[in-house]
Design a binder for this molecule. Structure first.
Ligand code: ATP
Length: 306
């Protein structure tokens, strides 16, 4: 794996307040990572450190092998950034806006037409940005961040203001970039929509990294139960699960549907037993812990430890 971003023991202090405390992680080429956490957890501060807009109080930040806060940060052109609040000159057209940023980044202006097309703004390219909807401005912001095919793309809450169809389009676009080797780090609160969209999740809380891994890694560490839902054809009191050593607490959740939480290790034994003992099953769902549940779990564990 090719390392693109590194935080090593990074602390960022404002006065006596630690916005970031001893954060360490490495991001690699071709990774799509979600940075999640409550308001004030330190997500934007981490992104600002990677952009070189602020310097760490302690520790080291490296982006594409260089210090992003150094005056001569040659890799800056290889960084794409979409801020949380995009603001453009309302009097310029979309095309003029993107051309302006292309010149700033020394990217050939002729590349802007394809980017506008990519984010679905070709039809409005010659309209003033002042007439754009919020979602259209967000997409123009994304086109700006994609200028020059960045090796590292930093997106601060990028899907705010996008409708479901545009969100899908947006994640599809990111997947193409990721597959081509771009490192994508996006901060977000939209846990449910991230679930199948990112390969890795970093959870921050009060400036500290409290969990870091793929969804499967986090599930493995958290050891939260798997939920099994069984629907039966007739109104029985609960699925039979005799012949097993496990005592399953079935909850009735509908006319003839029942749910139970079992450990990941016991899941197959319970399923096999239920299927063997119940001949009137109409449906079975097995639900792994969601990112929302994992997030709540890690925060609770962290709060309890402090
Ligand atoms: N320039 C600053 N001066 C003082 N405190 C700051 C400064 N910048 C950030 N902070 C504080 O650092 C903490 C982390 O802020 P940050 O913006 O990184 O959080 P965040 O996780 O991005 O939050 P949100 O989800 O609300 O955007 C907050 O408590 C914030 O008030």
């Amino acid at each position: 794996m090719t390392e693109t971003v590194k935080l090593a023991g990074v602390t960022k202090t404002y006065g006596t307040f630690n916005a970031i405390s001893d954060a360490s992680y490495v991001l690699n080429a071709g990774e799509n990572i979600a940075l999640v956490g409550h308001n004030g957890a330190g997500k934007t501060t981490m992104i600002k450190l990677m952009l070189g807009l602020i310097r760490p109080t302690h520790g080291k930040v490296l982006v594409l092998g260089e210090d992003p806060a150094a005056g001569q940060f040659a890799a800056r052109r290889k960084l794409g950034y979409l801020p949380e609040h995009v603001s453009f000159n309302m009097a310029l057209t979309g095309r003029e806006t993107l051309s302006f940023y292309a010149k700033l980044k020394s990217v050939p202006v002729k590349e802007t037409a394809a980017l506008l097309d990519h984010v679905g703004l070709s039809h409005a390219a010659d309209r003033r940005v002042g007439t754009y909807s919020k979602g259209m401005r967000q997409r123009l912001g994304l086109a700006q961040a994609l200028l020059g095919k960045p090796a590292v793309l930093l997106l601060d809450e990028p899907t705010t203001g996008l409708d479901p169809a545009l969100r899908k389009n947006f994640y599809d676009l990111l997947e193409v970039m990721r597959a081509e080797g771009t490192t994508i780090l996006m901060s977000s609160h939209a846990l449910t929509e991230l679930e199948n969209r990112v390969g890795r999740v970093i959870i921050a809380n009060r400036g500290k990294v409290i969990a870091d891994g793929s969804l499967d890694d986090l599930r493995h560490i958290a050891r939260l139960p798997v939920r099994i839902r069984v629907s039966l054809a007739e109104g029985e009191t609960a699925p039979h699960s005799t012949g097993q050593s496990l005592r399953i607490g079935w909850r009735k959740t509908g006319f003839a549907s029942f749910e139970a939480d079992v450990s990941a290790e016991d899941k197959m034994q319970v399923l096999n037993s239920v299927i063997a003992q119940n001949h009137n099953i109409t449906d079975i769902d097995v639900m792994a812990p969601t990112l929302d549940e994992l997030y709540a779990h890690f925060l609770t564990v962290k709060e309890a430890a402090e």
